[in-house]
Design a protein around this ligand. Sequence first.
Ligand code: GLA
Length: 386
Amino acid sequence: MTDDVATRATAGFRSAYGAEPAGRWAAPGRANLIGEHTDYNDGFVLPFALSLRTVAAAATQPGETWTVWSELTGETVSFGAAEVAAPGRVTGWAAYVAGVVWALREAGHAVSGARLAIASDVPLGSGLSSSAALESAVLAALVDLGGLDLPAERRPRLAQRAENAYVGAPTGIMDQSAAIRCRAGHALFLDCRDESVEHIPFDLDAAGLAMLVVDSRAPHRHADGEYAARRKSCEHGAEQLGVPALRDVDVAGLDDALARLDDDETRRRVRHVVTEDQRVLDTVALLRAGRIREIGPLLTASHASMRDDFEITVPEIDTAVEAALAAGALGARMTGGGFGGCVLALVDAAAAETVAAAVTAAYAERGFTAPGHVTVLPGPGATRLD
Ligand code: GLA
């Protein structure tokens, strides 16, 4: 489709319901600059929003009924009070919508019935958080339609609850925070313990740089089970060390902490999280000082840590990182939960196409499905369009 995503949402609303929407709400996908698998360890992350967005066109309807059309399937799904009374009663893509209604009601909000039409430019299964974009756009729509009192800083927790408890994915707070709280031109420095944020200027253009996003096109292999297993290992490590979360171990105390752990796998997992938190802090310090080019080595070190210690990369992803670096990228790393998804490469703006071509060539040499690529700039978080 060539129409812009908001136009498609409106057109979908008209054809599904034969009426005009009362408004349209957008929320972006995200890339994480650095800080992977640190969010559920109460640590630090530094995501930025993409200009790729999910749009919900919506209007209220009487009673406790919610109806959702999605351009993805062309299908309309309806659910009522019984389905949002308990998790798991709506499944598939509509579960993200039902989960938001459920979480709002659980938090004591009177959610009015609504009709929604969803269109999206955020690719599914690429590790760019299409699910958080969907939850965040729907949440913004339902809050405004119902005149609910829910300030932006309290929304990520609620959207996360929809995903954790209703959909059943044990993710952290990063993706929903990015979709809701990011600002254009900035990365979001989020302390996942107290949810305080600082908007860190991230002006790639001014530095003559570009951020290349390579879609690895690697099939997600066992991503859900592996994610839950990593989370368990981290909790196990924190428990053995007698701390509330791995955030409470700092780099200075790392060797001591590792010596107190009883197996090598837990040691590697803990080392990733503790060093990754430090890399986020170091990246933030460089960006605050306007030394954006110098973050490259931190990105690459983060990748090595995910590959060797956290063991969440796959051959396609490692190939993309290696090829990008060999072709002159200042730094490169996988972004997101792992086992596929996308690679970020920080490059001189003039070199973006050369680096992308080098990754494509390396893929061809190994017989992998050709990767996708696009350059991105940090965009705004969730917003009402009209
Ligand atoms: C997924 C989860 C996030 C976060 C990342 C890894 O995107 O949804 O909460 O844990 O993986 O950093």
